[in-house]
Design a binder for this molecule. Structure first.
Ligand code: GDP
Ligand code: ZN
Length: 347
């Protein structure tokens, strides 16, 4: 009897991916004279071999993606052509992608970094009063934002619950937020329940392309719903119209805001990890460390008990908060133990 070989998780995922690729390869083709002139557009969402493109006329159309396009994600600026007749629900074809200004990727444990959204310029790092506020988690997000060069805004949500904390805990949170503000990060205190503080947050949206990230339970969905009550309704409608099921709930989606801003909603990128970063990138991700980097006595200084450590001295002289250096060490300690099998390490 031949025993059926069991696939491990990585193999199973590759089999599934290949099957999806085959399904996606049903080509839609138009003759040149069935296509209009090349136009500029924006990718709203991408699904396999097709994507929703927002045209200059403000209308979104589902388009086929030419095979020569190797990477296409939500937020990409593209060149596309509208078809005179739609085929299989496709209303045009995407022919080229403009260069990206920024790219947010999702670290996939097996496949390395996967692009999720392009051309974002603001990340709302959401934390909350409960579940417990943690500078360690915030620092991890800040390092990731610094690495991709996208400006973070730190959001403390659920401020309506602050009175439930002890005076010490409240003081700790306020001191941490003040420190982040002092080193150059924008911080806002909000409650999606009472709507307290939402105006200053909303004031940061116009003219920018933003995304919300943070640990589970801090209130990201609640915030997105407060900022864009239309999202729930639209998401549902796109799924129903396209007959493509619940795709839209998992892929990144571009939402134009009334005041000329954009919020990308992407449940898939709400958590970050840092295993793809090298030690130097983590150091650089601490922007308050930067003036002191390279000044330690030893080039391979670990900034622990090494003699002549410039970071330790900066902490003693109160240029750097002690908890920031502690958090840095905790990240460094966790790096080696959490590496996946095929991590991409960028140098
Ligand atoms: P997500 O996992 O980050 O998307 O968090 P959710 O938006 O699902 O919210 C998690 C829980 O926190 C839910 O029970 C919300 O009702 C609650 N919540 C969200 N925002 C607030 C807030 O500002 N104040 C209070 N008290 N609860 C909130
Ligand atoms: Zn040092």
């Amino acid at each position: 009897m031949v025993k059926k070989k069991r696939l491990n998780k990585g193999q199973q995922r590759r089999v599934n991916t290949n099957q999806q690729k085959r399904l996606d390869q049903t080509e839609v083709e138009w003759h040149n004279d069935q296509l209009g002139p090349a136009e500029g557009g924006r990718i709203i969402s991408r699904y396999g071999q097709h994507a929703d493109v927002l045209g200059a006329d403000g209308i979104t159309r589902r388009c086929h993606i030419r095979r020569n396009i190797s990477s296409l994600v939500c937020g990409d600026r593209v060149q596309w052509r509208q078809a005179t007749n739609s085929q299989d629900g496709m209303q045009g074809v995407i022919e080229a992608v403009h260069e990206r200004e920024t790219l947010l990727s999702r670290p996939d444990f097996y496949d390395g970094l996967k692009p999720v959204a392009a051309n974002i310029d603001q990340i709302f790092v959401v934390s909350s009063v409960l579940p417990a506020f943690s500078t360690q988690i915030i620092d991890r997000y800040l390092v990731a934002c610094e690495d991709i060069g996208i400006e973070p805004t730190i959001v403390l949500n659920k401020v309506d619950l602050i009175e439930q904390l002890s005076v010490e805990e409240q003081t700790h949170i306020n001191a941490a937020l003040d420190y982040y503000q002092a080193i150059g990060y924008s911080t806002v205190r909000v409650s999606s329940t009472t709507q307290q503080g939402l105006l200053p947050l909303v004031a940061q949206l116009p003219g920018r392309t933003s995304i919300v990230v943070g640990q589970s339970g801090v209130g990201k969905s609640s915030l997105v719903n407060e900022i864009m009550p239309q999202v729930n309704a639209e998401t549902k409608q796109v799924s129903e119209n396209s007959g493509l099921g619940q795709h839209t709930t998992t892929v990144a989606t571009w939402y134009s805001l009334p005041d000329d801003g954009v919020l990308i909603d992407s449940p898939g990128i709400r958590e970050f990890s840092l295993w793809h970063l090298a030690a130097e990138q983590i150091e650089q991700g601490y922007k308050d460390f930067r003036p002191f980097l390279g000044l330690c006595k030893f080039r391979d200084c670990k900034h622990k008990n090494d003699p002549g450590c410039a970071l330790r001295e900066a902490v003693e002289e109160q240029h750097i908060a002690a908890w920031r250096l502690d958090n840095f060490h905790r990240i460094m300690d966790s790096m080696n133990s959490k590496k996946p099998p095929r991590a991409i390490v960028r140098g």
